[in-house]
Every structure is written in C-alpha cells, then in structure tokens.
Design a protein around this ligand. Structure first.
Ligand SMILES: Cc1cc2nc3c(=O)[nH]c(=O)nc-3n(C[C@H](O)[C@H](O)[C@H](O)COP(=O)(O)OP(=O)(O)OC[C@H]3O[C@@H](n4cnc5c(N)ncnc54)[C@H](O)[C@@H]3O)c2cc1C
Length: 520
C-alpha cells in the first residue's frame, strides 16, 4: 500500500489526526493492533480539550467532530455514543482510618466549576464508544483502516521515506508512506522500532495505577458524610458527582467518573511506597484494601460491582528522549505520559494534533532532512522540543500536587496554577488568539513557569504560599481564583471573565459578547 501518511494506532488521537489529514488531501493509512470497540482508559475531558476540538473541527471542516466538544451538543447529535457529564473538578481530602466529615470552612474540599450549565458542560468519554465512532468517521473521510495489524518494524528508503512492515491475519503487510505518526500510546510502536530511549521525568515520584469500571457506585451528594459542607442551605456550584471527582489522600488519589449509562470509571494512582503497601499488583483484593483505609470511600463503593477485570499499571510515568525526527513524529500521548491528575492527556494530545496538522498542511512534515527551512518556522524539531517541554512542565506540576496532598491547603493553592492557566488559554483562544501561544500550563511564559517551579510544594516552600501564588497567577487570573472568601468553591461566573478582559487585551464587551454567544 502506498500512502502519504501512515498513522499507527486508532485511539481518538490517531483517528482525529487521520480525519484532519484526509481534509488536507493526504492519502492516509490508519493501522490498529486491536479491534473496535475495545476498552481504553483516559476518559475525562476539560474546557481546553473542548475548545481544541471545536477549533480543529472548524479549521479542517470536520463538523461531525464538533458536537463532542460539549455535553448538550453531544447528546443531541450522538445519543448512542456513551458519555458522562463533567461540570467541574471535585476534590475531597481523606485521612486513613477516619470517616470524611465535611469541614464547615470547606478546608477539606475543593470544587472548581468548568461550565455554567449542563448544555456547555465538559464530558467523560466512554472510550470504547468514542474511539470506535472516530475510527468510523476517519474511514468515512477516506482513511484506509486496517485492524488486527501486528507491525514488526520500519524500513527507511534512501530518500528517507518509511515503510512499515508487519502481518495481518497471517499475510504480510507493507505500508510505504511519505511520513509516519505514532499514535499508539506510551512505550508504543515507534519508540520500540526506533529504539528511542526512555528518559524519566526529573524529580517525579514513581507512581502506579489500578482501575476498572463499576456499576452501583453511590453518589457523594446522597451520602451523609458529605453533607454540611459550608453554611447550611448553600448550594455547591454544580452537583459534586457530575464532575471529575477526586478522593485525595497522602501518597495518591482516586478518580470517580460517571457515565450516563450507569457505569462509573474509578481507579487509583499512588506512589510506589503506598502501592507496595497495598500490593496493587494483586488487582481486585488491593482495591478492597485501599477502600478499607478510607471508610467514606468504602461506603461509596459498598454496593459497587466491577463490570470488567482490574488493570494494574506498574509505571504510570513515561517520557521518550525524542518526540520526532525526519518524516516521523510521536503524538504527545505516545511521547510521554505523567498522571491522570487534572486530565492533561486530552488537551496535550489535541495540542499535538493541532501542531502536526499545521506541519502537514505546510508540507514541513515531509521536508527532506537536507532541505533547510528558515529557522524559527515550526518544524518537526520544534514539535519535538515543545512536546517534551510541555510534558516536563506538566510532570513538575503534578509532582508538586502529590507533595501537596498531605497538607490539603497547599494542594488547593498550588492547583490554582492549573486552573488559571487553563481558563486563560481557553478564553484567549476564543477572543485573543495572539495571546494563546504560551503552551500548555503556560510553559513558554517564563515568569509563570518559574513561579510554578519555585512555589511547588515539592520544593518545601511554604512561607506565604497562598499570597505568592495569588500574585503569580494574577496576570492570567480571569476566573476569580485564589479568593479566600469563596472558601474553595469556585463557580463559573461570566462576571469574572468580563472583569479580566484587560488581561486578554480586549474590551469587556468583547468577552461579554463571546460568552453570550456561547450561551453562558
Ligand atoms: C490510568 C490513566 C487515566 C487517564 N485518564 C485521563 C483523563 O481522565 N483525562 C485525560 O485527558 N487523559 C487521561 N489519560 C491519558 C489518556 O489516556 C491519553 O491521553 C489518551 O488515551 C491518548 O489517546 P491516543 O488515541 O493518543 O492513544 P491511546 O488511547 O493510547 O490509543 C492507542 C491506540 O493504539 C493502538 N496500538 C497500540 N500499539 C499499537 C501497535 N503496535 N500497532 C498498532 N496499534 C497499536 C491501541 O490498541 C490503541 O487503539 C489517562 C491515562 C491513564 C494511563
């Protein structure tokens, strides 16, 4: 088979890139080792992921992709593609051996709304459904799709073009391409075929994960232990369970993500010492040992039944030494993964697709190694550097969060770096695109990035932490964050964004009009 672009892996990343490449007029082979529908982990979206999807859909004329950006549009367009409501980010701090009791000052919880209503809400993706849907969309646009392909290597011609080799159902497979993108996940195909060295994140703790899907998981808002948060009669900014719900504890955290079909995704990420203590390699028995430590979490899962086996990941973090070379690239999700905390996987993957799309569009992706583009223009070299810099920056941030877990307020304060950067990036993309180029978590903003590094709980710096973080995020704080008076409940308030218009370099009326057009 001869194509322009071979894409290895048909998760959402590979299929969306295939759709874009088809719209650019490229011949595309999409090669999958498994068979859809199949289970995949990585389910919780975010506002930044939503706008990235929306903009990819607009830029590359992919109207059928766009409804996946918000809950309301998704329900109307694709009611049969499984999804859940994610109105925000919910965190509860638990102590081993003790019931959770909501503190009156809300000091053991954090709620940050990501949307003002269900219509505009983010989503949890039932990946078996979503990935199968996107693969079919890529095929409908003309991608040549083959599943159950066992690739065994890549050969390079004298002109520097790749040929992928392998087998499918006993027959030899050879795909000659002008370029190849690896969308097969961490430690994936090209990392092995090109023997790309793994280079662990500096200062990042070793973490492991254990997860499954369940039915009959209780809602926290139906449980007495969670009642009484804040003053009586106050309503939280959104229903706490219709969110990415996190149970945070010393050494790790648990995610609880509800889908509309009654299934809930739940899992735990823990540092090695706790993983060993729980003997997470045992799977389901370890899950129960974990629940036994936290009585309120145990009560939430008292009637829960797993719908599939447990997956144990002995090492969550992965970072390749390089993310691209002449005529080849790893999607960010193949180049590195840190931790599911803060749902960074989707936006990083979509940012990578956006960058690769423009390299495919300009032709730079297929540049001959010997040809010289003027320096400073996007290239596969700059793609690799940016991808890895964002992964490293994310790892520093997540390491700081783990270090903050034992003193929950440190974690709450430190999390404001994420919420400020993400909400600013989303709004900048809408009203001030020239200010949206600072990269994920503002990695390319030296002042912000340096504060994120120096004020990390992992550095042990605690003096005046909240005041210093408030000052550091102030230039991009357009979401009313870091306000002690809100006592850890942050709603999605249009007034905050309008008041922050000058930080985006636009008039308040422009932000107001954009929010009104969105249905805020
Ligand atoms: C425990 C955990 C929880 C996570 N939770 C979140 C979250 O809540 N939110 C978030 O944003 N991110 C999350 N992530 C990250 C998220 O999973 C990834 O960002 C996302 O799955 C990337 O999608 P993808 O399509 O690029 O790759 P993948 O989803 O990894 O898909 C890779 C595809 O390639 C195929 N493949 C693999 N090897 C080969 C091969 N040799 N040949 C051909 N095909 C191959 C696979 O079968 C699969 O279909 C999580 C990750 C983990 C590990």
């Amino acid at each position: 088979m001869d194509v322009d672009l071979a894409i290895v892996g048909s998760g959402f990343g590979g299929s969306i890139l295939a759709m874009v490449a088809r719209r650019l007029g490229l011949q595309v082979a999409l090669l999958e080792r498994g068979r859809h529908p199949r289970f995949a982990i990585g389910e919780s979206s975010s506002p930044l992921a939503g706008i990235l999807l929306e903009q990819l859909a607009d830029r590359y004329d992919l109207p059928r992709l766009k409804p996946l950006a918000t809950f309301g549009a998704w329900q109307r367009a694709y009611p049969d593609v499984g999804c859940g409501l994610k109105r925000g980010f919910t965190y509860f701090k638990h102590d081993a051996g003790r019931r959770f009791v909501a503190a009156a000052d809300r000091s053991n919880q954090l709620l940050v709304a990501a949307s003002p209503n269900d219509e505009l809400s983010d989503t949890h993706w039932l990946r078996a459904d979503v990935d199968a849907f996107l693969m079919r969309e890529a095929v409908a646009l003309g991608a040549d799709y083959a599943d159950e392909v066992e690739l065994d290597g890549v050969e390079w011609s004298a002109a520097g073009t790749p040929t992928l080799t392998g087998r499918r159902q006993g027959a030899a497979v050879r795909v000659r391409a002008r370029g190849v993108v690896d969308a097969s996940g961490p430690r994936g195909f090209l990392s092995r075929a090109l023997a790309i060295e793994a280079r662990p994140f500096d200062g990042y703790p070793g973490t492991q994960a254990l997860f499954s899907h369940f039915t009959d998981v209780e809602r926290c808002d139906q449980m007495a232990d969670y009642a009484g948060a804040g003053a009586r009669g106050e309503n939280p900014p959104y229903p706490v369970d219709d969110a990415a719900l996190h149970h945070v504890f010393d050494g790790g955290w648990m995610w609880v993500l509800r889908f509309g079909n009654g299934v809930t995704s739940a899992g735990v990420a823990v540092v090695d010492a706790l993983a060993e203590n729980l003997r997470v390699a045992d799977g389901e028995p370890a899950w129960h040992r974990l629940l036994d430590r936290f009585p309120t979490v145990r009560a939430q899962f008292a009637h829960a039944r797993p719908t599939r086996g447990f997956d144990w990941m002995p090492r969550l973090g992965y970072r390749a030494a390089s993310a691209a070379g002449p005529r080849w690239a790893l999607l960010p999700s193949a180049a590195a993964f840190v931790d599911p905390l803060f749902s960074t996987g989707f936006p990083l993957t979509l940012l990578g697709i956006e960058r690769l799309a423009s390299l495919l569009d300009s032709g730079a992706f297929f540049d001959d190694v010997r040809s010289c583009r003027p320096s400073g223009l996007p290239s596969l070299e700059s793609y690799s550097a940016t991808t890895l810099a964002e992964a490293d920056h994310t790892a520093r941030f997540v390491a700081g969060c783990y270090a903050g877990f034992p003193r929950f307020d440190d974690f709450v304060q430190y999390s404001m770096f994420y919420f400020a950067a993400a909400s600013y990036a989303e709004m900048a993309r809408r009203v001030a695109p020239e200010r949206a180029g600072a990269g994920f978590l503002r990695v390319a903003d030296p002042v912000f990035a340096s504060a994120l590094r120096s004020l990390s709980p992992a550095c042990g710096e605690r003096a005046q932490l909240s005041a210093r973080i408030r000052e550091a995020v102030e230039p991009v704080n357009i979401a009313g964050l870091c306000e002690a008076g809100k006592r850890n409940w942050y709603g999605a308030d249009a007034a905050d964004a309008i008041a922050g218009a000058s930080k985006l370099g636009v008039a308040p009326a422009k932000v107001a009009a954009e929010l009104a057009a969105l249905g805020f």
